[in-house]
Design a protein around this ligand. Structure first.
Ligand SMILES: Cc1cc2nc3c(=O)[nH]c(=O)nc-3n(C[C@H](O)[C@H](O)[C@H](O)COP(=O)(O)OP(=O)(O)OC[C@H]3O[C@@H](n4cnc5c(N)ncnc54)[C@H](O)[C@@H]3O)c2cc1C
Length: 400
């Protein structure tokens, strides 16, 4: 049988896709409108996802995961995006791919049993708190402090825009433990005295996700809740963020594909001036342009090669390029799909109004496009410098 070498999905992935699609249509799709209105999803959806093992696909079996590769996470992310529930997808993603990989790769056995395993079962909801009212892109500028008292730390400060903030059972909090990049990560139980979460309700989109401002006032956190080594938190966060950005790329691409598909259907249904709008050359060209934008969104190239995560600094450059390119283009594709729907696109009926609101976050969250450009430009300058040194060294060797 012919096997497409560029298709990374195995039979196991395909089965996962079918079962998750069925789960979505049964347990999620019927409630999306209600969650969008209420501006948060129900905690029960986390339990249902956990019971079916959908949180744990890439995590080790000792903690309830199924030890599959990153392609299984791609399957879940793609299906969520095709279901056009950006807010819910963000809540689930902020639970699974922001705090949990940190505990999985750096946490103690006690932390894994107490937080990771119940989170994978959907019994505990998790969040990651980096951003503060005064510092987002500039992670080095955070002000939340953790004072070392031996057996425990005392945390003080405030965090902003934290997904799952009011529904979380625990939050991985990034704190300052010294000057410069001396930062440490703590797992903070949300029932800790001094911890408060206030919902942020005035968002443009992502309505079914919960967003909160957090306050930590003299929160006493036991030393056993410190993740990894004290003072290394900044580097832990920077390493973890590549996987988070890669999943954001997958969601961006799948949302663009969803919008393109909706537009394609509409061009066949809608008539104007006595013919299907898809017969107008200008609409056909729009479809062509957005078609190659979707194909060009490097899902088939860059993020599809998830092994790039193993490539260290090279991965940072490639993932940053993918994040900047995909998130900008995904918004353009959704915007054009809405345009093709005319006035109906502006209504909630076809799902494009929601997709547009939700996709708008993609160029801001998980690192803004401008910050991606900063990373890429610095790394390209380094590449050019290395190439020059290489050419000089080779010329020198040939002359001697
Ligand atoms: C709905 C939502 C959910 C979120 N969920 C979470 C979460 O779960 N956890 C969490 O920790 N955070 C979360 N965030 C925060 C998000 O990651 C930050 O908003 C984002 O990183 C940008 O930070 P900022 O808002 O402080 O903007 P700023 O950093 O203040 O940036 C403002 C502008 O300046 C530009 N800029 C900044 N630095 C540079 C530079 N060096 N060069 C060029 N331009 C620059 C930016 O690109 C941007 O355009 C969420 C945000 C939203 C809106």
């Amino acid at each position: 049988m012919y096997h497409n070498p560029f298709n990374p999905f195995t039979d196991e992935h395909n089965l996962l896709r079918l079962s998750f699609r069925e789960f979505l249509s049964r347990e999620i799709m019927p409630y999306i409108e209600e969650w969008e209105q209420n501006k948060h999803c129900e905690a029960s959806v986390f339990r249902k996802m956990g019971e079916q093992g959908y949180f744990g696909v890439t995590f080790p079996s000792e903690y309830g995961g199924s030890n599959m590769d990153l392609w299984s996470a791609v399957v879940i992310a793609e299906e969520l995006a095709h279901a056009n529930c950006g807010g819910l997808a963000m809540s689930l993603y902020a639970h699974t791919y922001l705090p949990l990989p940190l505990i999985n790769s750096l946490g103690s056995e006690w932390q894994k049993q107490t937080y990771l395993a119940p989170a994978l079962r959907g019994e505990k909801i998790a969040a990651l708190a980096i951003t503060e009212p005064g510092a987002g892109s500039d992670v080095g500028g955070i002000q939340t402090t953790a004072q070392d008292h031996g057996d425990y730390f005392v945390l003080n400060g405030s965090k902003m825009f934290i997904t799952n903030g009011t529904i979380a059972d625990f939050v991985v909090v990034v704190t300052r433990t010294g000057p410069g990049y001396d930062m440490s990560l703590f797992i903070v139980d949300t029932h800790t005295p001094g911890f408060r979460a206030i919902p942020v309700k005035n968002k443009l989109g992502m309505h079914s996700s919960d967003t909160a401002q957090l306050f930590l006032e003299d929160c006493i956190v036991p030393r056993q809740n410190l993740i990894g080594d004290k003072s290394n938190g900044f580097y832990y966060i920077m390493n973890n963020i590549q996987e988070e950005r890669l999943i954001a790329c997958v969601m961006g691409t799948a949302t663009a594909e969803f919008a393109l598909y909706k537009a394609m259907q509409y061009t066949k249904e809608r008539e104007a001036f006595g013919k299907q709008i898809g017969k107008f050359q200008v609409i056909r060209h729009k479809m062509a342009k957005n078609g190659y934008r979707c194909r060009g969104l490097p899902l088939n190239g860059i993020p599809r090669r998830t092994r790039i995560l193993e490539k260290g600094p090279e991965a940072i450059k490639i993932v940053s390029m993918a994040k900047a390119f995909i998130c900008e283009r995904a918004f353009d594709v959704v915007n054009e799909a809405l345009q093709i729907h005319g006035g109906w696109g502006y209504m909630e009926d076809y799902g494009l109004a929601r997709a547009l609101r939700d996709t708008r976050l993609m160029t801001v969250g998980a690192g803004t496009t401008e910050v991606m450009h900063e990373i890429i430009s610095k790394m390209i300058v380094d590449d050019v410098r290395h190439q020059r040194q290489f050419v000089k060294a080779r010329a020198g060797a040939e002359l001697s």
